[in-house]
Design a protein around this ligand. Structure first.
Ligand SMILES: [Zn+2]
Length: 288
């Protein structure tokens, strides 16, 4: 019996040697392979989300540009911003039309910039991430939240505003999703929405009293309310922590890139809240 025990010990030692030889590069390859397997095994739901993503991204581009300016986001025919020619259907095919014309207007040659292909690609990346993490029926819900947060974060980055027209419906959508799919968590989600709003408003008031100027906007509190409505009260502190850490990281990167940041310069907090919310929604809280 003792011989077999020694034998087992030798095997487990060999196994741990093998495990140690799995380097980071191989791990990366395994994750890549797993992602490819997921994509290959994706069902109609998954492929539907992937195919829709660039079109959703195109629409998000319209929302990001027009909503903060109070312009209509409904069915208004898009026009070239330089020559004013109404764009045809073939000019509106995401990514393809941009690549086919080399990023220029087909009619006047005006450079179109990276904005629209950027939103289309980002929406596609959101769909890929959702599909690789969730796979099944949850993919659409993951995409819905990811695309919505993408628009909010992008608007805050460009215009320093988080429109009520986007934050408030997201609170309701989060509570509705909980009622439909996780009825046992509705209380936690409703508590999350309330605490999210109250806690950031309290921090904002405190900041105004201590520093004598605005540090956090009302929009940030409403976004954290939406966050709480999706991830629940228990995960909320980690959303704030994740957002703060990623904002500090971004500030450090900007500093390294030569951008001077002082006590009076600021970064919009919305994009970081949006990112942290989506990651915690996808992967669950970092620690319990
Ligand atoms: Zn043009």
């Amino acid at each position: 019996m003792s011989g077999s025990k020694e034998h087992n010990g030798a095997i487990s030692r060999q196994l741990s040697d093998v495990e140690q030889h799995i380097t980071g590069q191989e791990q990366g390859r395994m994750i890549g392979g797993e992602l490819l397997d997921r994509l290959a095994g994706a069902d109609v739901i998954g492929w539907g989300a992937l195919l829709c993503a660039p079109f959703v991204g195109s629409f998000l581009g319209v929302v990001i540009r027009r909503l903060p300016e109070g312009r209509s986001i409904g069915w208004v025919r898009s026009r070239c911003e330089c020559c004013g020619v109404a764009l045809r259907v073939r000019d509106l095919v995401p990514l393809y039309s941009w690549l086919a014309t080399g990023g220029r207007c087909r009619y006047c040659g005006h450079r179109l910039g990276w904005f629209y292909p950027g939103t289309e690609l980002s929406a596609f990346v959101v769909a890929i991430a959702a599909l690789s993490v969730d796979g099944g029926e949850g993919t659409w819900l993951d995409c819905f939240l990811g695309w919505w947060l993408l628009a909010l974060g992008w608007i805050d980055l460009r215009q320093w505003v988080l429109p009520d027209a986007l934050t408030l419906p997201l609170v309701i959508a989060g509570l509705a999703a909980a009622a439909a799919f996780e009825p046992e968590n509705v209380t936690d989600r409703a508590l999350g929405a309330a605490l999210g709003y109250i806690s950031l408003r309290a921090v904002a008031l405190l900041y105004r009293v201590v520093r004598g100027r605005e540090g956090l906007g009302h929009g940030d509190a409403k976004l954290l309310a939406a966050s709480g409505a999706w991830v629940g009260a228990m995960a909320l502190p980690q959303v704030v922590l994740g957002a703060a850490v990623s904002a500090l990281f971004a500030a450090a990167c900007l500093r390294l890139a030569g951008v001077r940041l002082g006590a009076h310069s600021a970064l919009p907090f919305g994009p970081f809240l949006a990112l942290a919310t989506w990651l915690i929604w996808l992967f669950g809280p970092f620690f319990m």
